[in-house]
Design a protein around this ligand. Structure first.
Ligand SMILES: [Zn+2]
Length: 248
């Protein structure tokens, strides 16, 4: 039986994990001009004025989380996750998918890497930071794996389409990294131990806690959306879900 999508269908799947980084994302013209058409994006932008929105899709035992916007000026993955919500929200999923399209709506609104002078991808141990709250939610929800999506400009670090992973203490991080890089044009960047290179990074802090995590990067100018970058980010996201057989 077919039935019309209502506002409630998606609203009921969204909660807030933190209110401190709320922001009006509509003020960022680049985001505004690239938001996909659909009720869920509209609602997510509205809810982001109150805090960091978390979307829950599916209802299976295996729970994974996809995050973007830890760096507010890295726009392709944030648009990518809005598109992913649109694509998945009426699909059958073999698992639970948590999606955070804007980790720090205020940083996205400001089109800035920083939030109150803080690099949120080094702030996992700073009590009171959005990253700290995010890690807390990941543990409370008993999420099984996390992927953090970024973009990088040419000439910066890493400056190329890639997937970061580590082998210790969570070997599955490496397996996920291998899986995604074999199916996309991304390069594998693997470190031996989590937390050594990037202390306080979401990926590292998850791996240290035994929750396998990777960081995916696509190439785009900061604060802009380089043509094709959102699609590359989406390919990484879908490939990530395929690793877990959550989608075919
Ligand atoms: Zn980043």
């Amino acid at each position: 039986m077919a039935f019309a999508q209502t506002k409630e269908d998606i609203s009921g799947k969204i909660s807030l994990i933190s209110t401190q980084a709320r922001g009006d994302i509509d003020d960022n013209d680049v985001i505004k001009n690239n938001v996909p058409y659909g009720i869920s994006s509209k609602i997510l932008l509205k809810i982001a004025k109150k805090g960091t929105p978390l979307v829950k899709l599916g209802n299976g035992n295996l729970k994974v989380m996809l995050v973007a916007g830890i760096h507010g000026n890295e726009l392709p993955p944030q648009i990518g996750l809005l598109k992913l919500v649109e694509r998945l929200r009426n699909s059958k999923l073999n698992g639970t998918v948590y999606i955070i399209p804007f980790a720090a709506p205020l940083a996205t609104r400001n089109n800035s890497r920083w939030l109150d002078g803080l690099d949120l991808n080094r702030a996992g141990l700073n009590e009171g930071s959005v990253t700290y709250d995010l890690l807390k939610s990941i543990q409370e929800l008993e999420v099984d794996a996390v992927a953090d999506f970024h973009s990088t400009k040419i000439g910066s670090n890493p400056g190329r389409e890639s997937v970061f992973c580590t082998k210790n203490p969570c070997g599955e991080s490496f397996e996920i990294g291998q899986f995604i890089t074999k199916r996309t044009s991304s390069e594998l960047i693997c470190y031996n131990a989590a937390g050594k290179m990037y202390n306080g990074a979401l990926e590292d802090e998850c791996n240290i806690r035994g929750i396998p995590a990777v960081t995916c990067e696509v190439v785009s100018e900061n604060g802009q959306i380089t043509p094709g970058s959102t699609e590359k980010s989406l390919m990484q996201m879908e490939s990530y879900l395929k690793y877990f057989k959550i989608i075919d």
